[in-house]
Design a protein around this ligand. Structure first.
Ligand code: TXA
Ligand code: MG
Length: 331
């Protein structure tokens, strides 16, 4: 898996579309984002319409780096600066008190703004050619699994005139594969709003202090809603021994399974698709959403995933799988 060289003509075209208020799907290191000019309210509204996302959900502003913190946020704390210095550009979103530039359409009317400097060379090239900041949620319909390839975006949202996006940039498969870690540094205590590739341990080491989970009064974020990241077909997560036992017996339902090779051996069940789960957490995360997409379109009646290991490297993966376990969700 590698990132193709940046196509400068495609980047120029993307910058033009963004300047004229259009929306562009682009690769980031985490997942594909659906980008619009963060200073253009109409363009940001188009993002929400394309995703079918409620207007009161805040969207992350993507910037070039730490020198843009103060353009979008005020009262930026030492913790916030330390984290941006340590992890930007990279898969970390900081939630800060908003400056006036972050309008209601971006923040969903909240007094905070989410900022991230992406590391992906294509995303950085677009930011540079465009010359501004980009509002960009993940490029999927609201509530669906995030896209990690250009084809996922085309299959879900589609390109105009028949689809919803002005331009899709194909910069290959996303190397991280799950959405950024989100840390709220708008108050006195840093809190973890969404686990991601940058672990709590890494955050704590950079800060020299504890990073706790967001409590009940955390800002509302769609990533924290329970019915989220869901495939179309019902999905369940089973402990490896239970799944091994289930697969050993013939069954009427057609199954699609993501599990370690050891669990897939001696399978006698009716399996439409079996995907071998990677052993390493980074490989597992990179392939998670494309595996869920493949299971989802396999024609199976039931999707089953073997519960991955636990531990810091696996927190974000277990978080996404827990949220994907919602049956019969539509839209
Ligand atoms: O990796 C990522 O973060 C990807 C790529 C494209 O950058 N983006 C992404 O965006 O996952 P989205 O919109 O699908 O998820 C961003 C999450 C949402 O749950 C949103 O509610 C939350 O970040 N968020 C954004 N601004 C916020 C704020 N001011 N306070 C709390 N949560 C916020
Ligand atoms: Mg999303």
């Amino acid at each position: 898996m590698s990132t193709p060289p940046v196509d400068t003509r495609a980047i120029e075209r993307a910058a033009e579309v963004l300047r004229s208020g259009g929306i562009v799907a682009l690769p980031t290191e985490t997942v594909y984002g659906l980008a619009a000019d963060a200073d253009n309210e109409d363009a940001v509204r188009k993002l929400f319409a394309a995703k079918g996302r409620p207007a009161d959900h805040p969207v992350i502003v993507h910037v070039g780096g730490t020198n843009e913190l103060d353009a979008w946020a005020k009262e930026v704390s030492d913790d916030a600066r330390a984290l941006s210095r340590a992890f930007w550009p990279g898969p970390l979103t900081l939630v800060l008190r908003r400056a006036a530039r972050a309008r209601d359409v971006i923040t969903g009317g909240q007094e905070t703004v989410g900022l991230r400097a992406p590391a992906h060379p294509w995303a950085r090239a677009v930011l540079e050619a465009f010359g501004g900041a980009l509002a960009a949620p993940s490029a999927n319909s609201f509530g669906r699994v995030s896209p990690t390839t250009a084809q996922h975006v085309i299959d879900d949202l589609g390109i105009k005139p028949h689809g919803k996006v002005d331009l899709v940039l194909d910069g290959g498969a996303c190397p991280v594969g799950i959405e950024s870690t989100i840390v709220d540094v708008s108050g006195t205590e840093p809190t973890l709003l969404r686990p991601g590739a940058i672990t709590r341990e890494q955050l704590q080491r950079a800060l020299g202090r504890e990073v706790t989970d967001a409590g009940a009064n955390a800002p509302r974020t769609s990533g924290r809603l329970e019915k989220h990241y869901a495939p179309h077909m019902p999905l369940s997560v089973l402990p490896a021994d239970k799944l091994t036992a289930k697969l050993a017996k013939p069954c009427n339902q057609r199954l699609a399974v993501l599990a370690p090779l050891t669990v897939l051996e001696n399978c006698r069940a009716n399996v439409a698709l079996a995907i071998a789960a990677p052993e390493r957490a980074d490989d597992y995360a990179r392939l998670l959403y494309s595996s869920l997409h493949r299971l989802d379109i396999s024609g199976a009646d039931q999707l089953i995933v073997a519960a991955p290991p636990t531990g810091p490297q696996w927190d974000a993966i277990n978080d996404r799988l827990r949220r994907a376990q919602v049956s019969g969700v539509n839209g």
